[in-house]
Design a binder for this molecule. Structure first.
Ligand SMILES: Cc1cc2nc3c(=O)[nH]c(=O)nc-3n(C[C@H](O)[C@H](O)[C@H](O)COP(=O)(O)OP(=O)(O)OC[C@H]3O[C@@H](n4cnc5c(N)ncnc54)[C@H](O)[C@@H]3O)c2cc1C
Length: 511
């Protein structure tokens, strides 16, 4: 560590460190807002870490001060948004930076419906800001708790074949590199950095500003129906995914049924959501309690799931609720309890095969029909398994690390396992190994933020033709390896020595 690094900074004072640096431009001090006792945990309480410093800057100058000091001290920086990534992407024992206090609107372009925002803004705050202007986000995932920078960093998606992922709405972004320099990038300016940073995994620098492309505000009329799962598979190739703008399917493997949720823009007056059985305190508590008991007596799981299905929806096939809501209210949902989630992107046309093989395996097949080389004995899963779609081949912006299918529409299959009262269901790892084996067999790639467990560095490099470019660009813009965090080292970055040896070998080959 550079002994001069702390020059001009006060020493730690208990928990909070409030050191200051002089800003010659304004004749004021720049605060250094840090605490030393922050305990980080992810939303589902599956990963924890104790960062050496937890920093919450409120201005660009404060962010630059942190970056400059981290560089001088040889520290790694991990930025955390709302901590909703289910895996350990955001865990660090080094410095953790959070931009919740850097979340204002900077500029609006009313003609183009574009809003420049500070990157710590949460999606629900962004939705409110857009609504004030009569605008909205074109597409959304299941929740709005995420920060905009965090949501795009892992390629968050919703469910619509008329949309790609949330990165599609990012016109430009400003990123502060480990040198302290800020670079603006877009489809026409620093293009490589832009395409690398649209799905950055926090590995390039701190995204400080984002220009967001909004659309005119819209309401959605949605409806949900109970459908027998074979009917879903029958309609797959006809109009299942095209009959409405937004469509998602919740597959309940123990009920033989699925919920088909569809939504379209409407001018109809607003109409409230129907009552949700497990949206109420008692329903929610009893469901969680029943799931908790099932972790001790796993064979109870199908009975619980079937019973809850009939209370939450209805057992008979047919309509099971509708409403008219503002877009961001209609598209989001109650995700219930802390959970493990393992979501993979596979080509849409492989969907029926994926669902049939997984259903066969869950029904007890030992691999003869499903081809899945893991024993299903003692495995009971939670519902729903989420079945969603996106089409990033339509979007002009091409993030280098987009996990979606690059040759056609994508199916996102999400194997959810609840953690009732924070207890993992038994055999969850065998289930996830089997699920991931199937997804890989069907040409899939895991969602960056979720709880995949069996994908090696070599497999990731094989899955992404652009991985080499992304890593090389990362190494160029971050020569100090300030953003080469533990997660990236574990999953993507090759050891420095390996890289050097490869480079020497390549140079020798050219001689
Ligand atoms: C209940 C729930 C529902 C979800 N629903 C969906 C869904 O419908 N669709 C979907 O695709 N995903 C979904 N997710 C996943 C979620 O959208 C992503 O994990 C998202 O990245 C979380 O955003 P965040 O602000 O919490 O970011 P974090 O989890 O805090 O961080 C994610 C990544 O972003 C980086 N990062 C954050 N801010 C910055 C910055 N300013 N500069 C540079 N890097 C930064 C971090 O370093 C990290 O690598 C869901 C997750 C949960 C828990």
């Amino acid at each position: 560590m550079d002994p001069e690094a702390h020059k001009g900074f006060r020493k730690y004072t208990g928990d909070a460190i409030s050191t200051l640096s002089w800003d010659a431009d304004t004749g004021t001090h720049i605060p250094f807002r840090a605490s030393v006792s922050h305990k980080h945990r992810t939303w589902a309480k599956t990963h924890f870490s104790n960062p050496e410093l937890f920093l919450r800057p409120q201005s660009e100058k404060e962010i630059r001060l942190i970056v400059n000091l981290a560089r001088q001290c040889g520290k790694t920086i991990v930025v955390v948004g709302s901590g909703h990534s289910p895996n350990d992407l955001t865990c660090t024992s080094s410095w953790m930076v959070n931009l919740d206090g850097f979340n204002s609107v900077v500029f609006e372009n009313c003609r183009e419906l574009q809003l420049e925002v500070e990157a710590g803004i949460r999606l629900h705050q962004l939705a409110d800001e857009l609504e004030k202007r009569g605008w909205a986000m074109p597409n959304l995932g299941s929740i709005t708790a995420q920060s905009i920078a965090g949501a795009i960093a892992t390629n968050t998606h919703g469910s619509s074949l008329r949309h790609g992922t949330l990165s599609q709405a990012i016109v430009s972004l400003t990123i502060m590199l480990s040198s302290g320099e800020s670079l603006r990038c877009s489809a026409t300016e620093n293009e490589d950095l832009y395409h690398a940073a649209l799905v950055s995994l926090g590995g390039l620098g701190i995204i400080t500003h984002i220009v967001f492309q909004a659309v005119p505000a819209f309401n959605l009329a949605w409806k949900q129906e109970v459908v027998m799962t074979p009917q879903i598979l029958d309609a797959w190739k006809t109009d299942l995914w095209t009959r409405s703008e937004f469509i998602r399917v919740w597959w309940f493997p123990y009920s033989g049924r699925s919920i088909l949720w569809s939504a379209d823009k409407t001018e109809e007056p607003l109409r409230e959501r129907p009552h949700s059985w497990y949206g109420g305190g008692l329903g929610r508590f009893s469901y969680e309690l029943a799931l908790y008991f099932s972790t001790w007596l796993p064979w109870l799981t199908p009975i619980v799931e079937r019973y809850v299905f009939s209370l939450q929806y209805r057992w008979e096939v047919g309509p099971s609720g509708s409403a008219v809501q503002k877009s961001h209210e209609a598209l989001t949902m109650d995700c219930l309890f802390p959970q493990l989630v393992n979501e993979w992107a596979i080509p849409l046309e492989k969907g029926p095969e994926a669902i049939q093989r997984l259903q066969t395996w869950l029904d007890g097949d030992k691999g003869d029909k499903s081809g899945i080389p893991f024993s299903p004995k003692g495995i009971y899963v939670h519902a729903p398994i989420e079945v969603r779609v996106a089409d990033t081949t339509l979007q002009a912006k091409k993030p280098w690390l987009d996990q979606s299918c690059q040759t056609g529409p994508t199916l996102y299959l999400n194997a959810t396992l609840y953690r009732p009262f924070l207890r993992n269901p038994p055999e969850w790892e065998r289930y996830y190994n089997a699920f991931e084996w199937l997804m890989k067999d069907l040409g899939g790639r895991p969602h960056w933020a979720k709880n995949f467990i069996s994908t090696s560095k070599e497999e990731f490099w094989g899955m992404y033709p652009k991985m080499k470019d992304w890593v090389e660009l990362r190494n160029t813009v971050d020569p100090h390896r300030m953003f080469a965090n533990d997660w990236l080292k574990k999953n993507l970055l090759k050891d420095e020595e390996d890289t050097e040896i490869t480079q020497i070998k390549e140079r020798l080959k050219k001689l």
